[in-house]
Design a protein around this ligand. Structure first.
Ligand SMILES: Cc1cc2nc3c(=O)[nH]c(=O)nc-3n(C[C@H](O)[C@H](O)[C@H](O)COP(=O)(O)OP(=O)(O)OC[C@H]3O[C@@H](n4cnc5c(N)ncnc54)[C@H](O)[C@@H]3O)c2cc1C
Length: 430
């Protein structure tokens, strides 16, 4: 379920409070020691003071939501007191209205909600552009306010809701392999490089088999489709296209994003052992992996991993163009150490990873279109972060969706066993 191809290591918010299912997964696999926890802070670059950062520090001694409120009140560089007060008043209905209020805000973009609540525009510019880009790779004029409120709820309700950890190395080896080993230790099989090419149907419209791109045919009692939503839509059988459950998927469309990795010839000084919000128009969050992540640790050379977003206009541009634009932005974050023409730090190598359709774009009014895991087709189930679950399009959401899917299959076990028996009987007659 987790992408094997992407080399991202950011794990925002994976704490007992905020990412409980991911935490459980790490615990069950016995790999908790692979999470490198960072200080409980959020650190933002200051565009009008190049090279400077502003911090929100969440004190350990205070319970939530006091630690979050304290962090906001103590930060005077990004928001003025009148702005903080107006923002707090704007947020009051969310605090009092709880989950029903949060869900009702799905119809509004972040920008529209801020305007409706009388929150000064500068609050969006200073804080929510960065947050929107980090959460869904888009700007506040597009992002559904529900998405921000879900994240804020986590920050304010859980003591460690905004604490971050990095995986200590590349996800395929450090996270996916233990999952594979676990499945195999229980008698399961994992087939790599075996994409579903076609969903073949029985006469009654239920699934007969999955045809794979290597020619293999997979038959089973229950079928779980755990690809991104765009792939499901591409492979959806014609007979199913008129079913409202599947028709609603049209609104869910993956958002483009680009991941940039740059290895420099020297150690950059103006950085932290943390995820940083760049607040640059082209970039979202970034980190110096030579500091934050064991596998890339180096005392002499920095390796920056950056999320380039929104990427709509850049996804078809050349890697050279993207690196040049990234360097121009980095020159503002590291004015003494990086210049766009590489007359200061020099690039040793780089990777540009383009994902034209990543997590679904959380624009207003998407929530009713997210499917539950049990489809109306008997024996066919969905899993993935876009399916219905209370977290955002995130690793936590993906893991929870897998659990909900498994739960639905267990609930249907009798029905599935009967289907299995019929299938076996039919096969033996043929
Ligand atoms: C750049 C980037 C950074 C991110 N950072 C974070 C982060 O720091 N924290 C966080 O919580 N989330 C992060 N996310 C989001 C997170 O990666 C997703 O929410 C999560 O991976 C979704 O899991 P999933 O199982 O739903 O889908 P995926 O992880 O996309 O898994 C779907 C799988 O389906 C496979 N597949 C595709 N087509 C087929 C086919 N035809 N047949 C069979 N298999 C197929 C794919 O190869 C893939 O392995 C990030 C996403 C991106 C793009």
């Amino acid at each position: 379920m987790l992408q094997l191809s992407l080399l991202y290591n950011f794990f925002p918010l994976p704490t007992v409070g905020a990412y409980p299912n991911v935490q459980n997964l790490f615990g069950e696999l016995g790999i908790n020691d692979r999470l490198q926890w960072k200080e409980h802070s959020m650190i933002f670059a200051m565009p009008n003071k190049p090279g400077e950062f502003s911090r929100f520090d969440f004190p350990e001694v205070l319970p939530s939501p006091l630690n979050g409120i304290w962090a906001i009140l103590r930060n005077n560089e990004m928001l003025t007191w009148p702005e903080k007060v107006k923002f707090a008043i704007g947020l009051l209905p969310a605090m009092l209205g709880g989950q029903p209020y949060v869900e009702a805000q799905d119809g509004l973009s972040v920008q529209e909600w801020m305007k409706k609540q009388g929150v000064p525009e500068r609050v969006t510019d200073e804080v929510f552009i960065a947050m929107s880009k980090a959460l869904n790779f888009i700007n506040p004029d597009e992002l559904s306010m529900q998405c921000i409120l879900i994240a804020l709820n986590r920050f304010l309700q859980e003591k460690h809701g905004s604490k971050m950890a990095f995986l200590d190395g590349n996800p395929p080896e450090r996270l996916c392999m233990p999952i594979v080993d676990h499945i195999q230790s229980l008698g399961g099989e994992v087939h790599l490089n075996s994409r579903i090419q076609k969903i073949e149907l029985n006469d009654d419209g239920t699934v007969k088999s999955f045809l794979l791109n290597n020619g293999k045919v997979m038959e089973g009692d229950a079928y779980v489709f755990a690809t991104p939503v765009d792939i499901l839509k591409l492979l959806l059988p014609d007979n199913w296209k008129g079913i409202p459950y599947f028709q609603r998927l049209d609104k869910l469309v993956g958002v483009p994003v680009i991941n940039v990795h740059i290895w420099f010839d020297r150690k950059l000084k103006n950085t932290y052992d943390h995820l940083l919000f760049s607040r640059s128009p082209l970039l979202s969050v970034y980190a110096d992996m030579s500091v934050t992540c064991k596998e890339y640790y180096s005392p002499n050379q920095s390796m920056l991993e950056l999320v380039f977003a929104p990427a709509e206009e850049w996804i078809s541009r050349s890697d050279d163009d993207i690196i040049q634009a990234t360097m121009t932005e980095l020159a503002k974050l590291f004015p003494d150490e990086i210049s766009a023409d590489q007359s200061k730090a020099k690039i040793l190598k780089y990777h540009v990873v383009k994902t034209p359709r990543s997590v679904y774009k959380t624009v207003p009014n998407c929530e009713p279109c997210r499917p539950i895991q049990r489809s109306p087709i008997e024996g066919f189930y969905l899993a993935g972060d876009y399916t219905k679950q209370k977290y955002l399009a995130s690793m936590e959401g993906a893991v929870l969706s897998g659990k909900l899917c498994a739960q639905a299959i267990v609930q249907d076990s009798e029905l599935l066993a009967t289907r299995g028996q019929k299938r076996m009987a039919k096969a033996s007659v043929v």
